[in-house]
Every structure is written in structure tokens, then in C-alpha cells.
Design a protein around this ligand. Structure first.
Ligand code: GAR
Length: 214
């Protein structure tokens, strides 16, 4: 899937620090991700440091905030318009914490991926995002956590799973320390890897499950 002439164009959508965006930028630069061009970055938050990272790397970046529109419908329309303008082959949600407009899910089915900081189906779904995921994992006392890259469907964190990576919990972990280790050991590795696999036509979806043919 997704093969065409020229590199795969991706749009990365962000809300915050953008360390996953940075991992993608670095991986494209050092050749860990091949056949891929970062066409643009879209944030819902004008203060997101991720926007700085994009600008520093000469990647077109813009903010589309729900606060600037009178209704959710209008925001959803503008967001989809902004995404479409980049003509992406793949949308990458890299810490994008806004509900995705249904029309966007439909249009980019199996062409939009998300990184989630847990081993789905643990600690996912409504209310589980960012640090809250790691707080919940520590509260439950699990010994292994991790991250998941999946395609986006209508549910919250329910789409076909592409890659997962496990990370050990330490007995003295704080949510912040665990979040950092999950990013370093899992997120920053599997998100670039998933993009590279897709860019090189190695990812297929059948029966709501992903098959990787390397
Ligand atoms: C990441 O840990 C990502 O997995 C998480 O937000 C963080 C963004 O960090 N995403 C979610 O929780 C989605 N439900 P970053 O801006 O430094 O990449």
C-alpha cells in the first residue's frame, strides 16, 4: 500500500513538546526512515515546542486551534482542509491530543497512524493520554509497560496495531521517569520504524489486523 512515484509525503500532527516529531526528523535525516518527506507539521496549540522544532528544520508548520473557531464543526473543517493542502500520503499523530474529525478518519483510513504510550489494550481509550497513562500504570503496579503504533479508526486507540515495544517498570519510578523511559526505549524507535515500513510498502491491513512483509 501507499506506493507511488517519489517519496511518501507525511504530515505530522502535534500538541506539545514534539520529541516524537524530533525522532522522525532525525530518522529521516540519518536514513533510518527512507523514501519519506515531512511535508508539514500541524499543531492545535500555538505554544507547542514542536512548532519550533519544525521551523528550525525548515518544515512548513502551522497552528489550527479550536479556540479560533466558533464551533467544533468549523474547526474540524479547517483542520481537514489544512491537512489536505499538504497532499499527504500518511498522517502521523505524534502526541496530537485533539479528537480527530470523523471525516478525516474516513478519508485517511489506513493512512493515519498514532503513537500511544502503552501496550494497547492496556491503559488506553478515553482519558488515557500523556502522563495519565504512566500514572495509571504505576497505580496498578504493572511491571511491564511500553508503546504502540496503530492505524487510526473511529474508536479511541482501537485501530489495527502496527508495532509495539515493551519497557520495564522500575520500583522507584515516578510517572515522569517512566514516561521518559517509554519514550526513549519504545516511542522514538517504533514510530520512525513504522513510518519506514509503510513508506517502503511493507505494511498491509487485512481483517482489521496488520501484516508486515519485510
Ligand atoms: C507521547 O508520549 C505520546 O505517546 C503521547 O503524548 C506524548 C507526546 O510527546 N500521546 C498520547 O498520549 C496519545 N493518546 P511529544 O510531544 O514529546 O512527542
Amino acid at each position: 500500500m501507499l506506493r507511488k512515484d517519489g517519496p511518501m509525503r507525511i504530515v505530522v500532527m502535534v500538541s506539545g513538546g514534539g520529541t516524537n516529531l524530533q525522532a522522525i526528523i532525525d530518522s529521516v535525516r540519518d536514513g533510518q526512515i527512507t523514501n519519506t518527506e515531512i511535508a508539514g507539521v500541524i499543531s492545535n496549540n500555538k505554544n507547542a515546542y514542536a512548532l519550533e522544532r519544525a521551523r528550525e528544520n525548515n518544515i512548513p508548520a502551522m497552528c489550527i486551534s479550536p479556540k479560533d473557531y466558533v464551533s467544533r464543526e468549523e474547526f474540524n473543517e479547517k483542520l481537514l482542509e489544512a491537512v489536505n493542502e499538504f497532499s499527504p500520503d500518511l498522517i502521523v499523530l505524534a502526541g496530537f491530543l485533539v479528537v480527530i474529525p470523523p471525516a478525516m478518519i474516513e478519508r485517511y483510513r489506513n493512512r493515519m497512524i498514532n503513537i500511544h504510550p502503552s501496550l494497547i489494550p492496556s491503559f488506553c481509550g478515553k482519558g488515557y493520554y500523556g502522563l495519565k497513562v504512566h500514572e495509571a500504570a504505576l497505580k496498578r503496579g504493572v511491571k511491564v509497560v511500553g508503546a504502540t503504533v496503530h492505524f487510526v479508526d473511529e474508536g479511541t486507540d482501537t485501530g489495527p496495531i502496527i508495532l509495539q515495544k515493551a519497557v520495564e517498570v522500575h520500583s522507584d519510578d515516578t510517572p515522569e521517569a517512566l514516561q521518559r523511559r517509554v519514550m526513549e526505549q519504545a516511542e522514538w524507535k517504533i514510530l520512525p520504524r513504522a513510518i519506514d515500513l509503510i513508506a517502503n510498502g511493507k505494511v498491509y491491513v487485512a481483517d482489521n489486523r496488520v501484516i508486515i512483509r519485510e
